[in-house]
Design a binder for this molecule. Sequence first.
Ligand SMILES: [Zn+2]
Length: 377
Amino acid sequence: MGAVQQVPTDIGAVVDVSNVCWSERLPPLGRHYPLLRRLDLVRAAWYRQFGAHAPLLLVADNSLRRALPPEDRRTLLRLEGSGVLRSAPAADPLLLELALDRGWYVVSADQFKDLRRLHPWIERSPERFLGWEEDGGGVRLRPSGIQPVPDHLVSRAVEYKDLKHGQHHIDTDVTAHRRVLRSHWRCTTRGCMKAFLWPDRLLDWPSIGRDGRAECGCCGYPLREAGPRGASRVIVASDAADGREFLRFPISVGSAVQLGRGDLSNGVNLAATELRPPFEVRRVSRRHLMLSLEETSGGPRAFAVDLGSANGTLLHRGSWRRSEPGGRVALGETDRLLLGDAVLVRLSGCRHLTAGEQAAPALDAAGGDLTVLGTFT
Ligand SMILES: [Zn+2]
């Protein structure tokens, strides 16, 4: 007797409904608005290719309902009522969990870049992700082509989501919000901690209030503009012991930022309790490191200077080496700085957050994934 052929008996798929409905690669081709008809085409292709009884679970963003035409909206509600479709504020985390639990396929053209850290199986099992093509003879499902994503690009995807869904409510798709990112801001509220600490300009991103104006993340009052913000990069600080990220803040051309421990009027306090800083943060000096962003012929570059810290700064570029106190180090995309063996500092992959009027939220050089931003709730 030969080995028994393993026939999978429970092939199923979780469908990223918003992604399917918005797909310009499904008829009507090239039209960028959501239609439920596209979901019908994908469901029919699934049953043709995987069998009439292979289960499908549909997951949609809450925002899809509002975006659909009225008759589609009614159909969507019916699907929801019959238990075939589930809605969530953000569909992606839910549909990935469902697919992981059941060992099912994911039907989506999305690369899920911002969820790669949470779901390392995406890169390990690219065959479980199905996209679609329309070849004249009808719609066919085929592997969507999940690509490995370098760490700094994952970080860029996380950045946009963080600005949008975190405390800042900044949506890089909205012109008025991008304008907020392009200014420096100042809080003039008496008694506000941030106004006290950073009288000239805030060193973190503002929040955006309901009326679309910039407000202070500390006191909540409207901010005053403090001049244009040059090109900016985002700095990520994490706990050297376990890699946990605990702080992100911008640095901009023409505005140096000091990193240290305690209240710094031109700097960022890595030991602030609300950040839940690393246990070993006391090894960071009061004024440990200065970061700046400077225009060079090759575009803005980040530089770091150790300010004569007691426990020193190490630079990782292939291997670890000591950064001389007072010496300027150009910080590359994959470089890491280690402050007092306690805090790791690096550039986020988000490279063009505020670089001029054309600051389109392209996620990577390939640029084919604008829908990642365009269709999120
Ligand atoms: Zn304030």
